[in-house]
Design a binder for this molecule. Structure first.
Ligand code: SAM
Length: 288
């Protein structure tokens, strides 16, 4: 998978290099670049914004500058097949359709070697526009985006990006996802993009040191929150680790964890219990 971010503050993304993300880019599992939007500004002040059409407060980011930036970044070759879609490893993710590969702004075909990859399929390119007015970003959305070959995050500032940029790309072969990380307003799309990038890349096989840690996580395939976790020392501040976890009896531990996950989910997120489907339950759960 290749990820590009475009922002007037590309330094925000330096923080990604501190974690497993840095290892994944060093090893070639992920390609990543953070671009300064001002590289595509044309006036002597390198302006990226202008006053809102129709009047009102604030500034709006210019479609012509974003258009040039996105055209160039989407023209970058990507390697289809590096993403989750071609993997047989066991992360539970939703099925998605593949899109055909054409170049971004003018709809012309890209070079065959860039457009068609392993198995002859075109790369799936997605433009992510973080915005508080978008669809809510959830684990399901992260699972879907983990199938993409090329993700480009367009980080807005001020009152956001001229709406014609999203409209234009909706009519191209690039998928557009306008996504919100929650019902609150941030100053810019950089932090929201980092949140989404972290949630997506940890689903790519080979990213996590121990992929087992994905299996029973909150919001995973079980549809529950994770059970409570403990580690040594066995006694801390007069509190013991639950005895059963020290028993070495794997079946009993698994049952205990399942029940605690149910209890926690029932207490904190009853809507998730309501949303469970029959395949996510076993006979012993029916008491709930
Ligand atoms: N005027 C916009 C509105 O009312 O919807 C808010 C613009 S906000 C100040 C500037 C930028 O921050 C947005 O373009 C977006 O990139 C980002 N942003 C703010 N809140 C966000 C959220 N909850 N989720 C995702 N991105 C957000």
């Amino acid at each position: 998978m290749r990820i590009d971010v475009i922002s007037i503050f590309p330094q925000f993304f330096d923080a990604l290099g501190l974690s497993l993300f840095g290892k994944a880019t060093d090893s070639g599992l992920l390609g990543f670049s953070a671009h300064d939007l001002r590289e595509w500004a044309t006036d002597k002040h390198r302006s990226v914004d202008d006053t809102p059409a129709g009047g009102g407060a604030g500034m709006v980011m210019k479609a012509d500058v974003w258009g040039k930036a996105l055209e160039e970044v989407f023209a970058e070759p990507v390697t289809p097949g590096a993403a989750l879609a071609d993997s047989s490893e066991g992360v539970s993710v939703a099925a998605v359709d593949m899109v055909s590969g054409t170049d971004s702004l003018d709809g012309t075909e890209t070079a065959p070697e860039a457009a068609m990859g392993r198995g002859g399929r075109a790369p799936r390119r997605v433009l992510v526009i973080p915005t508080p007015s978008g669809e809510t970003f959830t684990q399901r959305v992260a699972e879907d985006l983990a199938y993409a070959d090329h993700l480009v995050f367009a980080c807005g500032r001020y009152e956001g990006i001229d709406s014609r940029v999203a409209e234009h790309y909706r009519e191209s072969d690039v998928e557009v996802r306008e996504l919100s990380i929650g019902d609150y307003v941030l100053n810019g799309g950089e932090v929201a993009s980092i949140v989404m990038i972290e949630a997506v890349v940890r689903l790519i096989p080979g990213f996590m040191g121990n992929p087992e840690s994905l299996v029973e996580e909150s919001h995973g395939a079980a549809g529950l929150l994770e059970y409570p976790v403990y580690t040594r020392p066995a006694n801390w501040n007069e509190r013991d680790i639950p005895q059963i976890l020290m028993s070495g009896h794997h079946a009993n531990i698994a049952r205990w964890r399942r029940e605690r996950a149910f209890d926690k989910t029932m207490a904190r997120r009853p809507d998730m219990i309501e949303a469970l489907n029959p395949e996510q339950l076993d006979k012993k759960d029916r008491a709930y």
